[in-house]
Ligand binder design. Sequence first.
Ligand SMILES: [Zn+2]
Length: 236
Amino acid sequence: MNISTIHSHAVGERRTYPGEETAQALIDFLNDPQTPRQSKRRIEQLLSESSRRQTAAEPVTRHMTEKMLRLLNIKESAKIPQALRGAPFLDRPRAGQDGAFKHASWKIASLLRAYRLTPIFFATVDGRWIIDWYTASKKTRSEATALLKALDLAARGLLSRVRKCKDPDCPRGLHPDSPSGPLWFYQGPSHNHFHSLKCQQHYFHSDPNQKKKHAAEMRLYRLNEKRRKERENQVW
Ligand SMILES: [Zn+2]
């Protein structure tokens, strides 16, 4: 039995949360010891660049845009500046993060550009098409699936929920064929940083300083969130 089998059973009957089902194939791909190293590395790169970009970005909210339009005294949509038409709510670089923002954007674009995908019509089930995706040359089929799931999550703003367990000793032989290194998981309402409760407990019990560090990180996160909200309310 491989990891994907174990995981799909674990979902069981309980309610799922947004993106969870989509993420499963991606998580399985990342945690499967059979996944070719290069394949895994490409998808991991995509995830890390996405998270770098997100750290360097701040959203331009509807609220901010509306305030700006009010400030400019623009009431009719016809008078909205050309640059804002079509995509008025694009993210922008955080102050001082211009370089990091652009670099991560460029990396994401170039990682994606390297893929050539071909849809393969496979069969139908109750009239629904079953389409499989093949990648050109050396890239594997499972990589194509993982990529498409990642793009699906990314389009819904959920890619940052795909995370690596924070416990450096994860997974400590949970599965006989477990990969080396911490497992990937999809962030849910009850688990933010660890793929399991066991890992969370291990992490905090193994080193009392970790608890302090974690608390400090969470404080910083909340402070950043607070500042972000304040910025949103500022008049441009
Ligand atoms: Zn873990």
